[in-house]
Design a binder for this molecule. Structure first.
Ligand code: FE2
Ligand code: FE2
Length: 472
């Protein structure tokens, strides 16, 4: 095998050239990553040229370079946001101390667990999405899928960099394990529930990118506040890429909604399945499903782990620095939705143990803004339907709501009512089969599947009918 110049192959701003030990660890890991990518990455398109964005530096010009690349030749780089001089720990017991450039010994295990949990989601979503290329609704969408996939691969690199650079032998073992677990595998599943759910069709993919990548945004934003400075800088750069993933989700669903509304208006019916589109009630059911499984990712409402992460200065709140309080929260409280006998009430709880719920609140508010933009599309077509986020208690598997049944509008209901109504609220086998029946590939330049409108504009100033993937 010819020698690969990893310094050339791994664009970075972490001075890899000088750090021989780290370079050697990454050189060992890289072929196994590539093996994983070939086995578990996009199925069937590895030899095709894709119009992709690659980060070759973190400045305005370098972070988004567009060119045709074969995915296995994508240059997965390691980038940290520029250091903030004299940065301090901004919250918790260590507030005001200089941010850590090395792992604080007493927090080593906790910090490693946080990084591994984040890192595990990155390859998981690539695995979940690996068959979607075969049923793409257009070349434009195919390219966007692959862009998301290679960037999730880069996010894995980002976490592996932290593990290899700062956690020695344990870190290298964890890096290896990140390539061993498999989404949905019975024996070696991915760590978090939503990352073991299949992504069988493009409606699911867009909903996943909207809801589940947005969970990623909030987790990364909380870790970007970390007193462990390398983690903070890594997450800050990842957030720039994450924004595109949510764009893919929001505009993807928005274009499906648009197509549906066009057909509803044209044919004066809500039953657009006859015309090969996805009816609004089905879209609502998918929304309910993906929202509820993503809400679970934030963990229990009351969590001593969350309190500890904060007190230790490892994981902050969303936009911690912008909040106007003491950033220690020892005596503060926070209102959370809770169960009281057969009712839902707001209850004040200690602010530290409810940090998961606070992050979930920030997330829900962000989701609601996106749903409002979908509703604007519906309104513009003069259609009297409103898509809604389900209540946080709906269809939950984690936290206090896992013990009860709640309707999407937040009523506590009996098991019998749940069984009777479930098919109105969540995709049924029949809904999934219908959506699956639409998944016929459309890969001609400028053509789009019947169930989705073309995008308002293309990628990087290119037209919508650009040859985003060279299939020939
Ligand atoms: Fe990611
Ligand atoms: Fe993402």
């Amino acid at each position: 095998m010819s020698a690969i110049d990893y310094l050339e192959r791994i664009p970075n701003n972490v001075n890899l050239r000088e750090d021989r030990r780290l370079l050697r660890a990454l050189e060992e890991w890289q072929p196994r990553f590539l093996e994983w990518w070939r086995d578990m990455g996009p199925n069937g398109f590895q030899a095709k040229e894709v119009y992709l964005r690659t980060a070759v530096s973190v400045d305005a010009l370098g972070w988004a370079q567009f060119d045709y690349v074969k995915m296995p030749e994508y240059r997965w780089g390691i980038f940290l946001a520029e250091p903030e001089p004299d940065r301090l720990v901004n919250f918790g017991d260590h507030k005001g101390q200089p941010a850590w450039q090395e792992v604080p010994g007493e927090y080593r295990g906790v910090l490693r667990r946080l990084i591994v949990t984040q890192g595990d989601t990155e390859p998981a979503s690539v695995e979940q999405q690996r068959h979607l290329g075969r049923t793409c609704p257009s070349l434009y969408d195919l390219r966007n899928l692959f862009q998301v996939n290679v960037e999730e691969g880069r996010h894995l690199w980002a976490m592996v960099y932290l593990l290899d650079a700062y956690f020695g032998r344990d870190g290298r073992e964890e890096s290896e394990a990140l390539l061993q677990r498999r989404s949905g595998d019975r024996d070696r599943p991915r760590i978090l529930g939503a990352f073991n759910e299949p992504t069988p069709d493009w409606l699911s993919f867009f909903m996943f990118s909207f809801f589940t990548d947005r969970d990623g945004k909030y987790q990364l934003a909380a870790l970007a506040e970390s007193g462990f400075d390398p983690l903070s800088r890594t997450c800050r750069f990842m957030l720039t890429e994450e924004a595109h993933h949510m764009f893919v989700g929001e505009t993807g669903v928005g274009r499906i909604v648009q197509r549906t509304c066009e057909l509803m208006r044209e044919h004066r019916t809500g039953d657009v399945r006859r015309f090969g589109a996805i009816d609004l009630p089905t879209i609502q059911k998918y929304l309910n499903f993906h929202c509820s499984v993503s809400l679970d990712l934030f963990g229990s409402e009351i969590s001593t782990n969350a309190a500890n992460f904060y007190t230790m200065g490892l994981k902050g709140r969303f936009e911690e620095a912008k909040r106007d309080d003491d950033h220690r929260l020892k005596n503060a409280t926070y209102p959370i939705a809770a169960l009281a006998a057969d009712r839902l009430v707001l209850r004040e709880e200690p602010a530290l143990t409810t940090l998961n719920e606070r992050l979930r609140d920030d997330y829900i508010a962000d989701c609601a803004r996106g749903v409002a933009r979908w509703n604007q599309v519906i309104q513009r077509h003069g259609i009297d339907v409103v898509l809604k986020l389900p209540h946080r208690g709906f269809h939950r598997a984690i936290g206090s709501f896992a013990e009860v049944r709640a309707s999407p509008d937040g009523r506590l209901i009996s098991e019998a009512e749940w069984d009777a109504r479930r098919g109105d609220w969540l995709p049924t086998e029949e809904d999934r089969a219908y959506v699956a029946s639409l998944m016929q590939p459309v890969a001609e330049r400028g053509k789009f599947a019947t169930w989705i409108a073309p995008p308002a504009r293309g990628i990087n100033g290119q037209p919508a009918d650009f040859e985003y993937v060279r299939l020939a």
